[in-house]
Design a protein around this ligand. Structure first.
Ligand SMILES: NC(=O)c1ccc[n+]([C@@H]2O[C@H](COP(=O)([O-])OP(=O)(O)OC[C@H]3O[C@@H](n4cnc5c(N)ncnc54)[C@H](O)[C@@H]3O)[C@@H](O)[C@H]2O)c1
Length: 348
């Protein structure tokens, strides 16, 4: 039998959940609650049941799962209320604004025996899955560095995302997704140093973009960039390994891969540049280099709800684990510290 879900916050993301839940094979939509009269009217127009208060939603015994899709600063209080009301909770990202807040919420989850998870849906993005597949298969050898970027050109949205009191800023917005992805690409690597710079081009209160470098104990580096003032985008992913390179230009594109079959070359044809010739920067030929594209991996965002329902039923391990969410928040805290000090900071 499907499990009933109620959504707190029927804005952009709450409506997305509602649409997905309507199509789901494991959950069904009981109703929503929102403060905003416009959003309530919209939900009603779409045939969705609207609770008259948060208490009414939390007292509904038919509801087993609550999705929290409100601005970031309200996640903690709403999560604790829902867990204490005996609900399992899917909380939107950023799951909390600090490690300490997450620990408080996890303590309530443990006390009540309810399940709690962050909605890290970008683990289902095919660009991420493509790079993950390449690293996992290992054909390109050890990872040297991985770069992950998203670039927009409209500045930070003018809603609550631009305000500090609501937990705004790009580190908490897109940063959470990209940092979570990096930690999944390099799950066994330990971070040594964190360096981050923030941009304030369209907004002085919160970062409207950032550049974050993670230096691992193994000397692998990961670079994460979110930009909102980029009229030309750089590749979504760029992966450097000891035996090859992979690049993904955009969200839905295949990975382009170059695999170095033989290190030694017989003869290198120099490249003519305006100021002279270079062999160092000349491209390799097809004798030593194999170039190909990967098929786009299969992906289904509904696996997120399937996993959470199976976790509640004791049939699966929760995919987005507490310690993973904790690691992402710790990286963000260190990134803020690095921005403040304008220097690389120790991770431990
Ligand atoms: N996982 C993703 O891909 C993704 C994408 C977008 C947003 N999000 C996250 O979802 C959350 C909501 O973002 P959004 O874009 O939908 O914002 P939004 O501004 O479009 O919607 C927020 C809604 O919550 C309502 N609200 C605020 N406080 C409330 C409360 N205490 N009780 C009930 N309703 C309340 C508002 O009236 C509004 O309708 C944020 O945490 C955001 O980071 C996640």
């Amino acid at each position: 039998m499907k499990k009933n879900v109620a959504i707190i916050g029927y804005g952009g993301q709450g409506a997305w959940h509602a649409e997905q839940i309507k199509k789901s094979d494991v959950v069904s939509l009981a109703g929503i609650f929102d403060f905003s009269p416009e959003r309530i009217e919209l939900a009603k127009d779409r045939g969705i049941m609207v609770y008259s208060s948060l208490d009414e939603l939390l007292l509904d015994k038919n509801v087993e799962i609550v999705v929290i899709a409100t601005p970031n600063d309200s996640h903690k209080e709403l999560s604790i209320r829902a867990l204490n009301a005996g609900k399992n909770v899917i909380c939107e990202k950023p799951v909390m604004l600090s490690v300490a807040d997450l620990d408080d919420v996890i303590a309530v989850a443990n006390k009540t025996g309810m399940h709690f998870t962050a909605h890290q849906n970008r683990r289902y993005d095919v660009d991420f899955l493509g790079i993950k597949q390449i690293i996992t298969e290992g054909k390109l050898g050890d990872v040297v560095s991985v770069e992950s970027r998203v670039h927009g050109s409209r500045g930070i949205p003018s809603d609550w995302r631009g305000k500090k009191e609501y937990g705004g800023g790009m580190l908490y917005d897109w940063g959470v997704h990209l940092i979570d992805q990096i930690t999944r690409l390099l799950p066994n690597e330990k971070i040594k140093k964190v360096f981050c710079t923030a941009q304030h081009t369209t907004n002085f209160e919160v970062d409207d973009g950032f550049k974050l470098t993670l230096i691992y104990k193994s000397n692998i580096t990961a670079f994460v960039e979110v930009g909102t003032l980029n009229f030309i985008s750089m590749p979504r992913f760029y992966l450097q390994c000891k035996r090859g390179t992979a690049k993904i230009n955009d969200w839905k594109q295949c990975a382009q891969v170059a695999y170095c079959k033989y290190w030694n070359e017989k003869e290198v044809m120099p490249v003519q540049t305006a100021a002279g010739i270079t062999k160092t920067m000349a491209p390799r030929d097809e004798i030593t280099l194999d170039e190909y594209t990967l098929d786009i991996p299969k992906s289904d965002v509904h696996d997120f709800y399937r996993n959470f329902v199976a976790t509640i039923d004791g049939k699966a391990e929760q995919e987005v684990k507490y310690e993973q969410s904790r690691l992402v928040l710790k990286i963000i805290e260190k990134a803020f510290e690095s921005i403040e000090k304008c220097q690389a900071v120790d991770f431990e």
